[in-house]
Design a protein around this ligand. Structure first.
Ligand code: ATP
Ligand code: MG
Length: 491
């Protein structure tokens, strides 16, 4: 018997159009029991769509999807789930009013709702699944209070609740630290060792390469390469359209910034959420025109720092812009004054078009200036020009990230605060954003504060770096000294 005949999942000729756009074109793949197939490709190449088509969340225009030999293409997704397929979505969407345990329990839901909460078996299974993915400690918490990695674990728990034989996992590593990524990788290996067929999508190519038996690379909806991870990563076309080149660094010494009073000074700032201290006596400063990175793991306090600067949180200590205190200014006034935060939550207007989102960002600009700014941004992110009329909510993950950054730039900020801009972006897009930042650095007076846990991106784009750990600044210095002084934990 050939491998393909024993494969749990076989896809052939799969095609999906959205209006004039062919998102997936004649895709074929096969994943056997106990195997992991990696699916890589630039943002918008159709990876998530392939998963949605397999799962019946989108209806294919053509092609075949077989699970254990049974043709399921075109079936509704609950029937495909019953055939043994499960999906971990790219974005976490827990029920916020339910606890972790309830979220998992709901995924275990038998077809009759009434059996749900009464059944002690269900409760036992939900707890077992929580244990397996590492959520036992937080069963009674609500999702909003959990760190990012735990939200991803809830998605995995939901996906494996019904013990799927075919498991589709979309970007499990995005936003995770190196340690969390290692733990997730181990969990994925275990799920494979159970004998499941796993289809894995992620832009963390190193982690994907370590896990997979084979890799397929996609580009504009089609397969462009297939083979071992090594073979595919060496492929010329894959390198060109996906992996891109290395990032260049060009830090400027602090002494080259002549302003005696820094553009922004955060002075001994502390923030509490109830009893928890989110910022502990944090002091940082940024000169006009300087690029500063705040590096820290999930939960270190980066987003809290940005929200505080933006005027969204009460704090003790002092924040000064060009010498005068920001306290008492509303968040809206601070933003209007040119301190603009581009948040990792994306908060785009999902039902509005790409163009409308951008226009809103630039609504304060005179028409001619707005048009010029949009033209400049379309040069920076050509995909947004092509997708002007598409609803923001239907963009691929990486495309949404680009739109978020572009919308912030539409406001022509003096200080742009970028919160984890690299989340979920293909390496080649990182290179594009990197070049865009470099162009901003060389050709505009903009000041940038970047929060990242991805140091390979944060260091090249900083003149100076701060490290935030457990609510405190623990290191400050030039990027060139980071590796020697902060060590391997971050790299
Ligand atoms: N409902 C929709 N309507 C219109 N276009 C869509 C819709 N869903 C997806 N698309 C488009 O189809 C293309 C493929 O999207 P998909 O989400 O599969 O990309 P992806 O490879 O998962 O990208 P990423 O790595 O950024 O997550 C994208 O260009 C996206 O904008
Ligand atoms: Mg995707």
């Amino acid at each position: 018997m050939s491998t393909a005949a024993r494969a749990h999942l076989e896809v052939a000729g799969l095609t999906k159009r959205f209006g004039g756009l062919v998102a997936v074109k004649g895709m074929s793949l096969a994943v056997g029991a106990g195997k992991i197939l990696g699916l890589i490709g630039p943002n918008g190449s159709g990876k998530s769509t392939v998963m949605k088509l397999i799962m019946g969340i989108e209806r294919p225009d053509a092609g075949s999807v077989r699970i254990n030999g049974v043709e399921v293409a075109g079936w509704p997704s609950h029937r495909i789930a019953r055939m043994g397929a499960g999906i971990v979505f790219q974005h976490s969407r827990p029920l916020h009013r339910q606890t972790v345990l309830e979220n998992i329990t709901l995924a275990l839901l038998p077809d009759k709702l009434t059996q749900l909460l009464a059944d002690p078996q269900t409760d036992k299974r939900a707890r077992a699944i929580a244990e397996r993915v590492g959520l036992s400690g937080v069963l009674d918490r609500r999702p909003a209070t959990l760190p990012f990695a735990d939200l991803r674990k809830i998605e995995i728990a939901k996906a494996i609740a019904r013990d799927p034989q075919v498991l589709l996992i979309d970007e499990p590593f995005a936003g995770l630290t190196a340690k969390e990524t290692a733990a997730f990788s181990e969990l994925i290996c275990e799920l494979r060792d159970d004998g499941r067929a796993v289809l894995l999508v992620d832009h963390n190519v190193k982690s994907v390469a370590r896990l997979v038996d084979r890799v397929i690379a996609m580009y504009v909806g089609e397969r462009i390469a297939e083979g071992s991870a090594d073979e595919v990563m060496r492929d010329e076309t894959v390198r060109r359209v996906y992996l891109g080149g290395s990032l260049e660094t060009a830090a400027r010494p602090e002494s080259s910034f002549r302003d005696a009073t820094p553009f922004l000074a955060v002075d001994s700032v502390s923030v509490h959420y109830g009893k928890a201290q989110a910022l502990d006596n944090v002091s940082i400063h940024i000169h006009a025109g300087e690029f500063v990175s705040v590096v820290g793991l999930n939960g270190a306090g980066k987003t809290t720092l940005f929200n505080t600067i933006s005027g969204l949180l009460p704090y003790s200590g002092e924040i000064r812009r060009e010498g005068s205190a920001l306290r008492g200014h509303s968040a809206a006034a601070i933003a209007r004054g040119g301190i603009v935060q581009c948040s990792e939550g994306r908060d785009l207007f999902v039902y509005m078009s790409v163009r409308e989102n951008l226009d809103l960002g630039g609504q304060h600009l005179p028409a001619a200036e707005r048009a010029a700014q949009i033209a400049w941004l379309f040069d920076l992110f050509p995909v947004l020009r092509d997708r002007q009329k598409q609803a923001a909510g239907t963009l691929s993950g990486g495309e949404q990230q680009m739109l978020t950054i572009a919308r912030a730039l539409m406001m022509k900020p003096k200080l742009l605060m970028l919160d984890e801009p690299t989340l979920g972006l293909a390496p080649v897009i990182l290179e594009q954003i990197s070049k865009a930042l470099e162009r901003l650095r060389q050709t505009t007076p903009i000041t940038v504060l970047l929060a990242e846990q991805n140091v390979t991106f944060a260091l090249p784009h900083a003149d100076r770096v701060y490290v935030l750990e457990h609510a405190r600044i623990v290191w400050e210095g030039e990027p060139a000294k980071f590796a020697a002084e902060m060590g391997t934990g971050y790299l």
